[in-house]
Design a protein around this ligand. Structure first.
Ligand code: AMP
Ligand code: MG
Length: 336
């Protein structure tokens, strides 16, 4: 298959490109699109054949349900049911934005989308391109990250191309994504709601809107959000985490991997650790958590391409967006 690569405006998407992409989706084809979090791999959510192609293109296990992207609150009620008052408040407060709500699903949702669960994950992206696309199709669009399953999520159209060229019909390129980590997934069918995956909207912001929420214990999570079981966000290289500003730990790791003859690079942001740089193997990440998050997956992919065998990464403070970033760093460093 010849994958078409189309540059589109992120602020005012050209209608001609949106119509073209919507036509592909209507025929049951796959279109990758930008969002404010990462690039998504789109298919018509009500077409089971099209959704099956998403699982095939990504190599995604069939037990990992997909997030459906919507462009209006009405679609929340079309695709979901028994929407609680808390879920409605969350939708009013955070949609569009990087918060995915898990609710009971209505009868129009194909089983393949939800991997047989009685719930569905719904999100309204805060990006003009997918919003225009959903409106043009007049249907929800499934949108898992547009990468091969298990790889770092794509934050540029080039990342999508590297993973899925020849497997999908079209890539809409609107430049690098703003947030760089995926949405927060919140189960609103429990009381209080449960954070199944930390992401772009912090726990603190959710709690400001609706009061206390819970985070699920790992073991429970496996049952409730099957996707979190699989190894994720991982480059080919082995990822080793270095505590913030821990000079001794970084020195020790550099020494050890040099001794083992491993091609080692480091992603750091504090000046103490940067000083240990021995030339080109050190890459500086931004000191702000927003900047760190935005660039992380891109750096992981770049270092893979350079053939790094070991990537040492300085950890971040686990508050706000830092919770999601640490979740991704831990998953990237696990060998599962
Ligand atoms: P991705 O689309 O790759 O960003 O991953 C979507 C995430 O949402 C995975 O962790 C899924 O397990 C989770 N998810 C999707 N649908 C549901 C659902 N109905 N209930 C719980 N988790 C879900
Ligand atoms: Mg993903």
């Amino acid at each position: 298959m010849n994958t078409r690569f189309i540059k589109i405006s992120s602020a005012t998407p050209e209608p001609i490109f949106i119509d073209d992409a919507a036509e592909v989706l209507l025929r049951g084809g796959l279109v990758a699109f930008p969002t404010e979090t990462v690039y998504g791999l789109g298919a018509d959510a009500l077409n089971p054949e099209a959704v099956r192609k998403v699982f095939a293109a990504k190599g995604r296990p069939a037990d990992n349900p997909l997030i459906v992207h919507i462009a209006s609150i009405e679609q929340l009620f079309e695709l979901g049911k028994d929407i609680s008052p808390i879920a409605q408040t969350l939708a009013e407060t955070f949609m569009p934005g990087p918060l995915t709500l898990v609710v009971k699903h209505s009868s129009i949702v194909p089983e393949i989308v939800t991997a047989g669960l009685d719930t569905i994950a719904l999100r309204m992206p805060n990006h003009a391109v997918p919003l225009a696309l959903i409106r043009a199709l007049k249907r929800g669009i499934v949108g898992p990250s547009a990468n091969l399953s298990g790889k770092p999520s794509p934050t540029t159209a080039q990342h999508v191309f590297d993973d899925l060229n020849g497997k999908i019909e079209m890539i809409l390129d609107a430049g690098p994504t703003e947030i760089g980590v995926e949405s927060t997934v919140l189960d609103t069918t429990t009381n209080p709601p449960t954070i199944l995956r930390p992401g772009g909207i912090s726990r603190e912001r959710i709690e400001q809107a609706i009061g206390t929420v819970q985070t699920s214990k790992e073991i429970e999570l496996l049952k409730r959000s099957p996707g979190t079981r699989h190894r994720h966000y991982a480059p080919k290289a082995k990822v080793v985490l270095i505590e913030h500003r821990n000079v001794a730990q970084l020195k020790h790791a550099l020494h050890q991997f040099k001794h083992e003859g491993k091609k080692t690079s480091a992603l750091v942001y504090s000046s103490e650790l940067l000083e240990l740089s021995n030339g080109s193997t050190f890459h500086k990440l931004p000191e702000t958590i927003e900047g760190f998050s935005q660039q992380l997956f891109d750096k992981l992919r770049a270092l893979d391409q350079l053939g790094s065998e070991i990537i040492l990464i300085e950890t971040v403070t686990e508050t706000g967006l830092g919770v999601a970033v640490m979740d991704r760093l831990r998953r990237a460093s696990e060998k599962m």
